[in-house]
Design a protein around this ligand. Structure first.
Ligand code: AMP
Length: 394
């Protein structure tokens, strides 16, 4: 099933409803503090403007839970987009309603309007068909460029596609292609680095990746469940006792399938998680009973780096430790550096890992840094995203 891409459809002069993910971070005064989610949509916007489409942007911002929350208005985002584009961007004070209709009617070819926060309507997250049909009534064509929200089946991300010809936007296309290539035809060896808090939230990813990878590196809190499965004691570390047998099975599978498995061989431990915590670095077999393993240590970094250095493709999802706190950031920082310098094709899952790269490295040094945490995770699990699934087929 191949989905239509923006380039496959005729948009000249048409009213095009584009679902974008402008769920940008703001400071307490409402100023946008990071514009990357806006910038990521520029290829789609430039394409539509050049084709003379009338562009209607729809997005959510935050979690207003179906109510009008003035601090979650998208109006500051319209101003930001206008500044970035250097072209006027109109703002509609409703999503469907008189102001949206009037502003859309006033659009000329290449003009843009951003509608008010779609999640002010409870029907959005409920994927209400009547609401989806009303959204569809605003336009002639639907384009989904909101990769970060594509794992949600909401009215503006999926439901609306039932009522209009549709296609994936250019950001969506880039995201799916990058992750798809890793899963289907990676340059080998393919090395997956998986970290983060819990095994339970990454179990489906691990199961989907295992048959595809040549090496698997496990760090973060989730590594503790694997250390326990190896028979080591992990003190007060994050441990999912009930998943120890699953971890053992996964480890056996790596041995059987000839997949190299790197687990931490040392750990940075402390008895509390804060910036002033006193930490000790110990062998993974000697985690003190009253402490938590909160980062991988230098010997683990060396071991992981050795595997990373020989990779053809590296897929990275999840930090190596509690990188938000200075004493436990070293492992994630070192791995970010090793991945950036590897010379491999480097694909980074969104969310925390993207934030870590932003903090410790330069996203431009990676082949692809995904803009969607949840959506990239679901693709890595081998699942189909509802926001993509709903689109027209070629
Ligand atoms: P995830 O959303 O599952 O990728 O988890 C990311 C979170 O895992 C980050 O907020 C980290 O602080 C946390 N984390 C990473 N390593 C550890 C660890 N060793 N112990 C507790 N939390 C961790």
């Amino acid at each position: 099933m191949k989905k239509k891409m923006l380039r496959d459809i005729d948009v000249a002069g048409k009213r095009v409803l584009v679902r974008v993910d402008y769920n940008v971070p703001q400071d307490e005064r409402g100023a946008v503090t990071d514009t990357s989610r806006i910038r990521e949509t520029l290829p789609t916007l430039h394409h539509l403007r050049e084709a003379g489409a009338r562009i209607i942007l729809v997005s959510h911002l935050g979690r207003p839970d179906g109510k009008v929350v003035p601090t979650l208005s998208l109006e500051p985002v319209a101003k930001e987009l206008q500044a970035i584009l250097g072209a006027p961007v109109a703002f509609a004070r409703d999503t469907i309603g008189p102001d949206a209709s009037a502003k859309i009617a006033a659009l000329g070819p290449g003009d843009i309007v951003l509608l008010e926060n779609v999640r002010f309507h409870p029907e959005e997250e409920a994927n209400d068909p009547t609401f989806a049909r009303s959204l569809a009534g605003l336009a002639d064509v639907y384009v989904n460029d909101a990769f970060g929200t594509a794992h949600r089946a909401h009215a503006s991300t999926a439901g609306v596609a039932a009522y209009l010809p549709s296609a994936a936007g250019m950001l969506m296309e880039r995201e799916i292609a990058a992750l798809g290539r890793v899963l289907e035809s990676p340059k080998r060896p393919l090395v997956a680095i998986v970290g983060g808090a819990k095994v339970s939230s990454k179990l489906a990813v691990l199961k989907n990746l295992l048959p595809r990878v040549d090496a698997l590196l496990i760090g973060g809190g989730m590594a503790c469940t694997f250390l326990k499965a190896k028979g080591l004691e992990v003190g007060r570390s994050l441990l999912e006792e009930e998943l120890v047998p699953t971890a053992r099975e996964l480890m056996d599978r790596t041995t059987r399938d000839g997949v190299r498995l790197d687990l931490p061989v040392d750990a940075v431990c402390a008895d509390r998680i804060d910036d002033a915590a006193r930490s000790v670095t110990v062998d993974a077999a000697r985690i003190p009973p009253d402490m938590m393993a909160l980062d991988i240590g230098p010997a683990s970094v060396a071991r992981f780096t050795n595997t990373i250095t020989g990779a053809g493709t590296i897929l990275w999802n999840g930090p190596m430790g509690v990188f938000e706190r200075r004493p436990f950031a070293g492992g994630t920082r070192a791995i970010a550096r090793a991945v950036a310098e590897s010379g491999a094709i480097t694909i980074v899952g969104g969310g925390d890992t993207a934030a870590a790269i932003e903090q410790f490295s330069d996203p431009a040094r990676f082949t692809h840094v995904s803009t969607g945490g949840g959506a990239s995770l679901e693709l890595l699990e081998g699942r189909t995203l509802p926001g993509v699934d709903a689109l027209s087929e070629t």
